[in-house]
Design a protein around this ligand. Sequence first.
Ligand code: ZN
Ligand code: ZN
Length: 777
Amino acid sequence: MTVDIQGVDESEAFNFFGLGGCNEVGRSCHIIEYKNKVIMLDAGIHPALSGHASFPFYDEYDLSKVDILLISHFHLDHAGSLPYVMQHTNFKGKVFMTHATKAVYRWLLQDFVRVTSIGGENRSEGGGGSTDGSSNLYTDDDIMNSFDRIETIDYHSTIEFDGIRFTAFHAGHVLGACMYFIEIGGLKVLFTGDFSREENRHLHAAEIPPTRPDILISESTFGTGTLEPLPELEKRLTQNIHATLTKGGRVLMPVFALGNAQELLLILDEYWSQHEDLQNINIYYASSLAKKCMAVYQTYTSVMNDNIRLSSANSGQKSSPFDFKFIKSIKDVSKFQDFGPSVVVASPGMLQGGISRQLLERWSPDPKNLVVMTGFSVEGTMAKELLKEPHTIQSFVNPELTIPRRINVQDISFAAHVDFQQNTSFIEKVNPSKIILVHGDSVPMGRLKSALLSKYSSRKGTDQEVRVYNPKNCEELKIGIKGIKIAKVLGSLAEEQLIELKKVIEKTIPETNPKIEEIEEMDIDKSKEEVKENAGPIKTGQLLSGVLVAKDFDLNLLQLQDLHEYTQLSTSIVKSKINLKINADISLMKWHLEQMFGYINIINDDEEEWECVVMDIVDIFVDRKKLDALYITVEWINDNLMADSLADSIVAILYSIDSSPASVKLSSNSHNHSHSHVKVENGNGEISLLDKPAHANSEITSRIHRISSLLEAQFGESLQSQGENKAIIKFGKNEAKIDYLSLSVECASKVLRDRIENIIKRGCSLAAPLSQYQKTV
Ligand SMILES: [Zn+2]
Ligand SMILES: [Zn+2]
């Protein structure tokens, strides 16, 4: 596991977990996790491996956690195991790809099932050769049953799902290939898939997304290698083919059925049209998918580049650039008459079986013939082996047999990937701070990593530092992401800012007299220097207050009254209510409350109900129909802490009236408080009348008594007296020391200290009302 979280909370970290395609080319599949969202990128197979071994390491991850699976393009090393994931694992997420990818994917996978070991017994004609005939990992039915659940995305459109936002951009490479720009909770990630920065005959070059990503997940197929420019490649290809045919040889070009095949056909068709001497020689496009592929390519000219779009438009409805003049499509070798020179563009590209392998075996012994490797050759395949120019090759149809290899081998790769120069200039423009390299063999990938690190070495240790990772399959990579939180200001809160700004503009550029809507459109950074200087309300660092609404990962700041309009949320009032029953009467209760709060507002006093409001916040109701005790309801609106703590104190006081030994009781049967008698019950259970104060001889003692009674009413057993003049209140984690003589409070919590000090003040000022009250007795 690689951990690079630099002191950032681990729960905020971005996790990358490669199930395939890490330090290898093949079976691309990467998991990214951020803020509990899980995205899977691609679900390929390894072309050099067969059966279960060709799949990404799906057993190493709980696929039920995946929210979204994004497929970058139809190549089998990116999409070959998708039917398996959707039909035979606990994956429950959504799957997205572009329209063109989806159209091609279906034919390609059906063909794949037919010719490889994935489909087990389903293989036919030129296929076969599986060493594990029983491995029936998915079937045609799996492809069709999952097909309708694949959702599509257009280039440049953004889909938002469950807090994940992603946009597709052109990646070049093959028809339908896209890069995904993904946003999760403010974090931006660009996944390139396979990409090419060079526009060819039919495809756009990969685009630079308009927004800078934090993390780039990039292919690194060619590492630090350099590719020949396209015009030179084309020239080398056509010259080699022309020379071979002139001396009576045959030319085999193994290709992926789709992708660079179409590009090669465009090149050949054009070359033939310019060379009359070649026009009697046939070019065959040999693939079981040939017809379907052509139909798909003709359908999707709209997402191709201008070369194709314009020539499509000019050629009218009857023909398209893919209606080739010199190329014959054939389904299999049985339709192919092998007399004399010809060119065959045949699938599969890696010569793992099928038509291309059959022809290779047939043509291999003749040194006049030529095989051109036009794509990227994966380690472990016949394509890669041929490049080493072996003396013999193994027969695929009859594994016992070795065949002499005298056919010429040329490596003229049209694999539409970026080379070093193209990749580094792409990275420079995209400008990420973290780069994760995937889709490359260890050596070229390692070289690319070193080259990038040395390129950005001057930024090391600065804010601009670029970090590069090349994780292995199943190696967890954790990257710390410093919290990025941006809230949008909406509604009247935003309007206020605009009005302030309008004032500034009017003052500094009086002639403009802008309207509010115009100011909204204005780019303040580009307007007059004085406006910028004086535009106080929109300066950074200014504080705004409002309601912060979080939806998924979007944060909006607005005023309460705008809440419904902008968020469909509504506000409600939360009222709290406490019912209690105490053994006292209204007069005693009123007296206690007045001792504590000075004035209480009695708003109802009739036969049925008595009601008062304390400090305009808390309502107290008494049900007068019940006579055995005081049935009290305390009610308040929970809109601030103040209300809650006030209600708390009231409830504490009410309870203390009949539970506290230091409380004052009114011994009256009457509800008429003007005729009440007051008894003081001291700690020893003795009762004495207040008009003969027990501690009349000592002002201080009586004050201490008053204060401690009030404190006890508020804090109950939390109040512990410490000798005669001191007390401690233990309240939660806090402790307050009270000195009754100096009237000082020592407490670490300001809130608690303030509260105690207020009670002490109240206690000190009680002398007057208390003696007044005594007189009325
Ligand atoms: Zn690819
Ligand atoms: Zn690939």
